[in-house]
Design a protein around this ligand. Structure first.
Ligand code: TXA
Ligand code: MG
Length: 316
């Protein structure tokens, strides 16, 4: 048990010291905050699973600070080299995670025993500075307790762990939802988790067909997508029109409305965008309302990665 209380947010210097002694810390990325540990420290890696209450069969993404570290963790088959180069040139640093054959040196705690490893180079100045000064890749899942909404501000991490996890302030995450996870193959790109990098962008960068993976086998290739995700404590309901919203609010008005619309629809209303999703889900959850109503406007429905998170948040 670790009863240390941190005075958050802590500085980058404290974060680096803690990583060097093998303690997990929370760091900002452009997508969501992560809970990071050096890939060579199995004690610290195990602590990540304990802190989050994460199932051991859910592998963790490895974050690298420079391109040379890619081949330290992954063995890229010759036939995939050109595609991987196109992808990393187009999207790194950025919110794209590549699933590649893992090097034997990568701990099975990181890969959850799979023969692949998920890798990305994040695009956040504070995290890149930490990675580069440490000189070692960091394994990091999203910092939220397993199943809860991801954190997009340091204050979210503080609220989740009450000072027991050190977190550095990197501001509000600009992307706001987790990275796109893909499995590049010789013939096609398979999307295992949708994110802000779209199928069309992937197609344009690689000249390969892109398919959103759906079969059980492919979902098995990204175990995290099987688990319950992103859900606040308060029930979440999807509402598809203003009329439907008005009808529900007539019956019970102790609801929070999340909407991308700028018109006033309800007294308790929070502005929904891809960037603000987790922040407004968390805020609504703290308002003691009986239900969170998510207004699915055309712009929200058109963002399939955002809709994926909203649907999962509404699953009980
Ligand atoms: O944006 C992000 O990806 C954030 C930030 C912190 O980088 N991280 C994140 O990690 O969302 P996490 O652990 O919450 O989600 C990682 C996803 C899970 O669905 C996991 O199953 C999948 O990536 N994954 C990790 N390693 C994998 C592998 N070897 N093969 C297939 N899927 C993998
Ligand atoms: Mg997560």
């Amino acid at each position: 048990m670790n009863f240390t209380q941190f005075k958050n947010p802590v500085s980058v210097i404290v974060i680096l010291k803690m990583l060097k002694v093998g303690a997990p810390v929370a760091v900002p990325t452009e997508t969501v905050y992560g809970l990071a540990a050096p890939i060579s420290n199995e004690t610290a890696l195990r602590r990540i699973f304990e802190i989050k209450g994460r199932p051991a069969d859910n592998p963790i993404i490895v974050h690298i600070g420079e391109m040379g570290q890619l081949t330290e963790v992954a063995s890229i088959p010759d036939l995939l080299l050109a595609t991987v180069e196109k992808l990393t040139t187009a999207f790194w640093p950025g919110p794209l995670t590549l699933v590649l054959p893992a090097n034997r040196s990568v701990s099975s705690i990181v890969t959850a025993g799979l023969d692949t490893v998920a890798v990305r180079m994040p695009n956040h100045p504070v995290f890149l500075q930490i990675l580069r000064e440490l000189g070692e890749p960091l394994a990091a899942p999203s910092a939220n307790p397993s199943g809860a909404p991801s954190p997009t501000r340091w204050e979210h991490v503080e609220a989740d762990y009450q000072g027991t996890v050190a977190v550095v302030d990197g501001g509000e995450c600009t992307v706001g939802i987790e990275s796109t996870v893909i499995l590049p193959t010789v013939n096609e790109i398979i999307v295992l988790r949708q994110g802000s990098i779209s199928e069309q962008e992937l197609r344009e960068a690689t000249n390969l067909p892109v398919r959103v993976g759906g079969s059980e086998l492919e979902q098995g290739a990204s175990p995290g997508t099987r688990h319950r995700h992103y859900a606040p404590r308060t029930p979440v309901r999807l509402v598809y029109s203003e009329n439907e919203l008005t009808d529900i609010l007539k019956l019970h008005d102790n609801c929070a409305v999340l909407s991308s619309s700028t018109s006033v629809l309800h007294t308790i209303q929070l502005h929904l965008t891809q960037q603000s999703l987790y922040d407004v889900l968390r805020k609504a959850d703290n308002l003691e309302v009986t239900e969170i109503l998510v207004h699915c406007t055309d712009d929200v429905m058109g963002n399939t990665a955002l809709m994926d998170r909203i649907r999962r948040a509404s699953e009980r």
